[in-house]
Ligand binder design. Sequence first.
Ligand code: ADP
Length: 480
Amino acid sequence: MSYTKYMREANLVGGDWIAADSGKTIDVTNPATGDVIGTVPNSGRAETERAIAAAEAAFEGLASMPLLERVGLLHKLHDALMDNQATLAELLTVEQGKPLFEAKGEIAIGAAYVRWFAEEVRRAKGEIVPAPGKNRQIMVTKHPIGVVGMITPWNFPSSMLARKVGPALAAGCTVVAKPATATPYSGLAWGALCEEVGFPSGSVNILTGSAREIGGAIMDSPVVRKLTFTGSTEVGKELIRQSADTVKKVSMELGGNAPFLVFDDADVDAAVQGAIVSKYRNAGQTCVCANRMYVQAGVYDQFVGKLKAATAAMKVGDGLEDGVEQGPMIDMESLEKVEELLGDATSKGAQVVLGGGRHPKGLTFFEPTIVTGATQDMRVSKEEIFGPLAPVFKFEDEDEAIAWANDTDFGLCSYAYTRDIGRIMKLNEKLQYGMIGINSGLITTVEAPFGGVKESGLGKEGGSQGLEDYLDTKYTAVDF
Ligand code: ADP
């Protein structure tokens, strides 16, 4: 089958594709069928230490490569991703479950990140600052930070690496990456592609296996100068603690709990369309998924009716099948968490208006579900759902909605539908979120800084800020 073209059942360390030292492997399963697709090495600390040494050895060469040569390699990488979009998307769907059209989109945005950083690094300017006295020049220059450790999740196994590998290589940093165990092939494919387009051996190293061992070796190493992590807030906090011993720079893209506000003056049809994209994309398993829908009393019934009709029309199934809009969830644990949150909401008075349980397709398929009458005392108001469950809350006035929206430890993404420019400006001031979508349910783009505030993270991915995170700023005083 075509999806095997970049499917590597080995780890990339210093230019060699290797098995785990122990010879142990881990099965990788297609969540839509339950079938084992293949295996990957169960690597640990020793393999990771060799990968770090390889990245260290490759660093000088990559950092001092003529800039246009490095930029040229990145453009080739972009083209290789797009030339192989179909096969990479299929591999992604087979291991992760999302519909094929979403997987194609993920490969495309990953390629776009690589191109963006290839362009952006040509403008990684320093500055000359006027000195206070005579005969001194103050130079501020930018330098690659060194070897970068990367730990990525299963929900966007390709594009989460793109946002890290792209700026790292553009800056001249070398990479030691650990993709999530559930979805390792989309990550390993980055190694195969980087190798194919001509990045020097050791520039990109990719390991699969024990998170604690691989993560531990990365965190303990003084050679690794930065860790970039996307995943849960719980693990992120642990990694921040671990980073203290070697004073690593950290970038953290952690959990979210996005509020989705619909005001009385909203275009309700547009809001429903935005809600569908924002809620059910990747079966609700994105950190920017609408977690809580707050709808103003005047349009509440209309919004719920239209959301129900649009959601009921969604086709659930194997992501490889034509027309499927929602695939399976990643695993049983995730599905049970959704059931638990749903049970909590209904026990406190929420009403199920659509779906409400496991899908007849079995495995980890879950029905697209809507509950109304949600309230702030329910767990769905505080916890990330990460599944296809949409709780709808009713609110009366703007200040109440903003207060509820901010009543969470998270601060990643928020959404609001309104046509009142004054209110839009107020939302920009008051919503405690790193990202705000006004009249849109889908705002991720390579040109803008993606990232959260509060316990949703540190640092930005994308935009000019996304490159800055891979550069050290150096100040040199020159007296003459
Ligand atoms: P998710 O729920 O999105 O999988 P996790 O935070 O559990 O979020 O996992 C994200 C990534 O972090 C995965 O690659 C996982 O293997 C890795 N990971 C989990 N626990 C640790 C740990 N203690 N140290 C390092 N990496 C970890």
